[in-house]
Design a protein around this ligand. Structure first.
Ligand SMILES: *Cc1c(COP(=O)(O)O)cnc(C)c1O
Ligand SMILES: [Zn+2]
Length: 420
């Protein structure tokens, strides 16, 4: 009896509550995301001394082969979603590294999650928390991948599910969301319009919008990409990471993951430089970096990298702060460079990524070319989504197949014709 009561108290004490990132005001664990005093964003507040007592490298290594091996660092208390998310490959990119002059390059291939993007991580945490908080309906404002993940995990958990997307989304993403049977709402406008409308809906309906009222919990899911990187490198942090920026949340949370492993004694030091990648057609954080200001001016997105097309990034300021504090860079690349980046990764490492991955690889190449990533740095580039979802982006750039009659002569004519 006594032991049970103790356990309950302990189970609840790794999370203290929510805390405003600006004024530090404390809130209970509820479906809230904005400070009522200063309108600052709320973030989960942990008891790291307590977590340090709880965790060890060995305990994590014995854990499940998914993100829940790090659950002592995640804001959930009860049952978690039975959806195998995470523990994706960290591959040594010998071929790409040789081309870029980076002999110590790794690709974290997060395009092989259950719905083919890193969004499965954030949704797994958000959904577990939403159920814990008593919601029966889950929803999101999406640039594409989030809709796929919410729809799939919502279906598996038996929740009512609505996903809101911009009407001009790639077919691969619309189909990948619709197949799981959610209510798909396509809005005539860009992501920033979708997000604005969803905030209004969230105020009027008792639903769990994973990236609005559940956002503080949702965002924590991205830390697992940082945790996995450290564990897969043999309990060390990279020297440099390159991370795509949409809202900017992922970039800040990979860095937070590294810091939390240090705070709880799992590793000794973090010297990682964090660099951000954007498309020139939607690069408000890159522009602010180039102009050496923290004043991020919203833009109207116009790029093939639709999954990164957030013109007014909610966490852009915090992402920029991490980049500057760690000595990283933010670069923006053109649509042509994005396509070239997708092709380069495929041809060198056999990984077919979506446009966001093209942004990351093109930015990586640019940082290497300009000496901003040093050749000896252990560098990790984050590939966050799968190329099968954005096929229209590369279609025109590819050679058509050699089409022949089913005869040896026809084949040999083609082979001799110099086809490769
Ligand atoms: C959403 C998304 C990102 C960036 O996420 P933020 O946390 O909003 O910066 C990166 N890559 C892909 C493929 C995405 O879908
Ligand atoms: Zn506040």
């Amino acid at each position: 009896m006594c032991a049970l009561a103790d356990e309950k108290i302990q189970a609840e004490s790794h999370v203290r509550g929510l805390k405003c990132r600006e004024c530090g005001n404390i809130y209970p664990i509820e479906a809230v995301h904005v400070c009522e005093f200063c309108f600052g964003p709320l973030e989960v507040d942990y008891n790291y001394d307590y977590i340090a007592e709880l965790v060890s490298r060995e305990k994590i290594a014995r854990g499940p082969l998914n993100i829940w091996r790090y659950r002592d660092f995640l804001p959930v208390e009860g049952d978690v979603q039975d959806f195998a998310v995470g523990l994706t490959p960290l591959v040594k990119a010998e071929n790409l590294g040789r081309q870029l002059g980076l002999p110590n390059l790794y690709i974290k291939n997060d395009s092989v999650n259950p719905t083919w993007s890193f969004k499965d991580r954030v949704v797994a945490v958000a959904l577990s928390k939403a159920i814990e908080l008593g919601f029966d309906t889950i929803a999101c404002a999406s640039t594409g991948n989030l809709a796929c993940s919410v729809a799939a995990q919502g279906a598996k958990a038996g929740l009512k599910t609505l996903v809101f997307i911009p009407a001009d989304l790639e077919k691969g993403k619309v189909n990948n969301a619709a197949i799981y049977g959610p209510h798909v709402v396509a809005i005539e406008g860009n992501y920033d319009d979708v997000n604005r409308l969803c905030s209004e809906i969230a105020d009027n309906y008792p639903w769990a919008f994973v990236n609005i009222n559940i956002r503080p919990y949702y965002a924590e899911g991205s830390k697992t990409l940082g945790f996995e990187t450290v564990e897969q490198l043999g309990w060390r942090t990279p020297d440099h990471v390159v991370v795509p920026i949409a809202s900017g949340s992922l970039l800040t949370k990979i860095h937070k993951g590294f810091q939390e492993f240090k705070k709880t004694g799992l590793i000794n030091e973090v010297k990682t430089r964090v660099s951000g990648a954007q498309a020139q057609g939607c690069g408000p954080v890159a522009t602010a970096f180039a102009e050496d200001t923290f004043d991020i001016r919203p833009v109207k997105p116009n790029t093939i990298a639709k999954s990164l097309a957030i013109g007014n990034p909610a966490d852009g300021y915090y992402a920029l702060k991490v980049v500057k504090e760690t000595g990283g860079y933010v670069e923006a690349v053109t649509d042509e460079e994005i396509v070239e980046g997708i092709r380069l990764l495929a041809r060198t490492e056999g990984i077919f990524t979506e446009t966001a991955g093209g942004v990351t690889i093109a930015t990586l190449a640019k940082l290497a070319r300009t000496g901003k990533i040093k050749p000896d740095e252990l560098t990790v580039a984050y590939i966050t989504g799968n190329g099968l979802k954005t096929q229209e982006a590369i279609e025109e750039a590819l050679a058509a197949p050699s089409k022949i009659q089913p005869t040896l002569e026809a084949f040999e004519a083609v082979i001799k014709g110099g086809s490769k």
